[in-house]
Design a protein around this ligand. Sequence first.
Ligand code: XMP
Length: 513
Amino acid sequence: MTEEVLVLDFGGQYSQLIARRIRECGVFAELLPHDTELTRIRERHPAALVLSGGPASVYSEGAPELRPELLELGIPVLGICYGMQAMVRVLGGRVEGADAGEFGRTPLSLADGGGRLLSGLPDEQQCWMSHRDAVFEPPPGFAALASSPGSPVAACESPDRDLYGIQFHPEVVHTPYGTQILDRFLRDLAGLEQRWSPASVIAEQVEGIRAEVGDGGVVCGLSGGVDSATAAALVHRAVGDQLTCVLVDHGLLRKNEAEQVVETFRDRGIRLIDVAAQDRFLERLAGVVEPERKRKIIGEEFIRVFEEEAEKLPDVRFLVQGTLYSDVIESGGDGRTAAATIKSHHNVGGLPEDLGLALVEPLRMLFKDEVRAVATELGLPERIVWRQPFPGPGLGIRVVGGEVTAERLEILREADAVLQEEIRAAGLYRELWQSFCVLPVVRSVGVQGDGRSYAYPVVVRAVTSADAMTADWARLPYELLERVSNRIINEVPGVNRVVLDISSKPPATIEWE
Ligand code: XMP
């Protein structure tokens, strides 16, 4: 294992971003809860620690505590925002509530040339702040390196003890010298080399998968998305024909999606079973209107089909899952099973543990953008690498307020294909978190040609988002909307209106259901 930096999470909204930025500097970083046991931290032999920001005041009751032992591990420590305040307080400096907090872009002035951490940077610069308390005096033996209007000590250090602190956030793009500061800490102060990259993950994972799997059979369910495709491609690189992929085509995928996946995998010589199960799903969905029941039925049927196929394979002992690092973190750190539960809860591609198969999760240390980099490195096509997220129950939950029928799916799939095509042609596909069509099961009157029509509306939903927790409706150009509307109404029989959803999340959600 290469050298790693541990980021201790004190609850800040940017903690994951710190880990990502450190990795972008070529050093592997992992996020752990701030109260992770000391023995566990020591066992990892981290090369450096970063203490994240957090929402609490160091004085408030129940504020996450910084254990002084963490500053005595003999490795460099960088405290950011709350992390710095906690460090200063533990070591005898003065942290107090200021008259006003600082939030957002803030001017920063260096003192004494910026010390080891900030030397060489402009004396006056911008940074991004988000704090109420401030450091008024650094701990004994520390030098103050910078100040801002609301932070008498906005950065400090004790090079002898290898301790550094900054009040502002180097991990956000609004701190122009942020990456340089992280880089300074990692390279010049902690002596770390640039060794980590998505490509290095591939080599490491391939070795790890071989050791884990031995000569056992491995099965992987493909959903059409980038996570399962990348996990499968990695496992295939490691164990070749020991892997069989299963694509359950439930008839609820987007247009041509199943074909694209099948083609990609067959071209690469990966064993793939393509199960045409559309009729089974439609039969079970007949008469069902309530969205939660649709989800449940699709999920259950998916598992049933998958199990039937997996049972036919000889000597299968392992199941590949495309669990990502964000799933692992959400589940509270290390728990393999907890992570798997989250994934299967929110994803029809998730499979129950009573299949009796051991999990192989080659992406469980990676953020989404890193998965895309690995996928590109593995040579997966652009269409799969950059595919927007898609719910496991697929188009099944986008036929809203009525039963899912073959005819409605056909209308929705065709309308959605037009939207996708136009959004790609406008160069907007990657900018949008998701863009899709919804089919409300209501019909209204229109005039088409000489006659009156009585047909469905199609809803266009396009959102920008960082993580799907919140989302804003995308301001698509009018010309694009006009083309989409004309084409859908002209090309898709059964549709006589196109409407645009202009709701943000919250209070709406991304999907309609
Ligand atoms: P909402 O609609 O809750 O969606 O704003 C948030 C994100 O989750 C996706 N989503 C799902 N993904 N299985 C999935 O794998 C599901 O049942 C499911 N429901 C919603 C949705 O597409 C969005 O990205």
